[in-house]
Design a protein around this ligand. Structure first.
Ligand code: BMA
Length: 316
């Protein structure tokens, strides 16, 4: 039986980086860390645009094939509105998109950069032509949040990453009856220690993806070095009925900064996934990620390859 290696599961798109700041209809510093979804038969990316002050907003881009021919909105879908939302004073960053069939709406979890540090905010949209901000749902510091697409045991569930004053920055899970009030916070996945690639700090990438073998979790891990951090990507599987149970976790990373556009940018050596889309016909996952905090790149994987890898990795 042949076993697929962790580093062979994802294939970079030949046109990477698929979106750079030069594609935008206006001047900005950088584009990165996009949320992803399928809307009206097209791939929609909600991209983080860092403007020439350093403040980020979120802009919708659409493409028929998910890789080329991107069309950009003229105005941002989500911009900082510090008068109404003081927590957004220094920007709106790193959105994750989850389609909620029960509400017939998308949930957008994003980082609002407040004077007290980054926090998790939620907004709702029907098709990314409208938006309704629900405001902050987690106090600072907290980021890298995304919703599960359906209730679990009657409640909405969200993964997020608080940064505590003591100890490492791990991934947590919290529950809500109404998307506004969140509680029953529990530790979900821990950063490892020492020399590991995901020691000290980890955070959720795109939203959990439902598979026959569990919710597939994609996360970034940070390895501190004397020349700065290296951001890489790993996978885990958690139980469908009780996502607090971690079933499997890759020891090795599945994606790390090796391409030139990942190794050098505003921040060097960063692969930071924030969106993915599963094609129901081909069972191919398209993973969208920020490269070097400067551009947007795409890597694809067969879901079956991912699941066969997960069958070989240690229990979580
Ligand atoms: C994280 C976030 C991301 C960024 C990444 C790499 O902490 O700030 O927005 O892409 O670092 O610099």
């Amino acid at each position: 039986m042949s076993t697929i290696k962790a580093s062979d599961v994802f294939t970079r798109h030949p046109l990477n980086p698929i979106i750079t700041v030069d594609h935008l209809p206006y001047r900005a510093n950088s584009v990165f860390n996009p949320g992803a979804g399928v809307v009206g038969g097209e791939t929609l990316l909600l991209i983080r645009v860092e403007d020439l002050r350093g403040i980020s907003h979120l802009l919708a881009a659409r493409s028929a094939d998910g890789a080329t021919g991107w069309r950009f909105d003229e105005t941002p879908l989500i911009s900082p509105e510090p008068e109404k939302h003081p927590e957004e004073i220094w920007g709106c960053e790193d959105p994750r998109l989850t389609w909620l069939p029960e509400l017939d709406q998308w949930a957008i979890a994003y980082t609002a950069y407040s004077r007290r540090g980054p926090l998790v905010s939620l907004a709702m949209s029907h098709d990314f032509t409208d938006v309704r901000k629900l405001g902050p749902v987690m106090p600072p510091e907290d980021k890298d949040a995304a919703l599960f697409p359906r209730r679990i045991d009657g409640r909405w569930a969200m993964i997020h990453r608080p940064s505590p004053l003591r100890g490492f920055a791990h991934m947590w899970i919290s529950y809500s009856p109404d998307l506004r009030h969140w509680g029953d916070h529990e530790l979900l996945l821990e950063a490892r220690d020492g020399a590991w690639w995901d020691a000290g700090k980890i955070g959720l990438g795109p939203p959990p993806l439902e598979t026959a073998e569990g919710w597939l979790i994609c996360y970034h891990g940070v390895h501190g070095t004397s020349s700065g951090p290296i951001y890489r990507v790993g996978l885990a599987l958690v139980d469908l009925d009780d996502p607090r149970k971690v079933l499997r976790r890759t020891d090795e990373w599945v994606l790390g900064p090796t391409a030139p556009y990942e190794r050098s940018g505003d921040v060097n050596k960063v692969v930071f996934p924030t969106g993915w889309v599963l094609d129901p016909a081909t069972q191919v996952i398209s993973l969208y990620y920020g490269a070097g905090d400067s551009a947007i790149a795409l890597a694809t994987a067969n879901l079956e390859d991912v699941l066969s890898l997960m069958r070989t990795v240690p229990a979580g």
